[in-house]
Design a protein around this ligand. Structure first.
Ligand code: ZN
Length: 179
């Protein structure tokens, strides 16, 4: 069985005025992300939106020292970006939403349990940033024994070198298929 995790494709990470935006590279994958998501939904595969969830007064969060506030609860910045938001609203019952607090979609969430219940062994990843949240999710998936598939046209980063490095890392170190 296969599942798809769409990572952090929100206004704050993608829109031009997003708090921590990937900008043009992130916006360029909008169509591909919707296409891949729709393909999995139509096939009745398990589809997950894994989305950063931050609180303004979370004084102990390690990201506080690294990044400006982003994906704050109840702000437009935490809503899915563009056409993906429209698609999600129309298919909300077929898509599982995971709030995450750290980079990895597995960290402190029930994602692994949800996947195992469904006997999913092949995990497909898309979203942003290739070299941060997608990378950390892929590393956890590797450690948990999943077969990993990265959709190259469905991942992006603000950091072109980091993006390229991560694509090599998925393939050469995590044994992922990069398609
Ligand atoms: Zn964050």
């Amino acid at each position: 069985m296969r599942g798809l995790v769409v990572i952090d494709y929100t206004n704050d990470f993608v829109a031009s005025d997003g708090a921590l935006t990937t900008g043009q590279p992130g916006q360029a994958i909008e169509e591909a992300i919707v296409k891949i998501t729709a393909e999995f939904v139509q096939n009745q595969d398990f589809v997950v939106m894994a989305v950063d969830r931050h609180d303004l007064h979370d004084n102990f969060h390690p990201e506080n020292k690294l990044f400006p506030p982003h994906n704050l609860v109840n702000t437009p910045g935490r809503e899915l970006y563009g056409a993906l938001n429209n698609y999600y609203r129309e298919h909300v019952e077929q898509i599982y939403w995971v709030d995450k607090r750290h980079y990895s979609a597995f960290c402190g969430t029930d994602l692994d349990v949800r996947l195992r219940e469904r006997r999913i062994t092949e995990l497909h990843l898309v979203g942003v940033c290739t070299d941060i949240c997608v990378l950390h999710t892929a590393v956890d998936a590797y450690n948990l024994g999943y077969d990993i598939v990265i959709h190259e046209d469905g991942v992006a980063s603000f950091d072109a070198q980091g993006h390229e490095w991560a694509l090599r890392h998925f393939k050469n170190t995590l044994g992922a298929q990069v398609i």
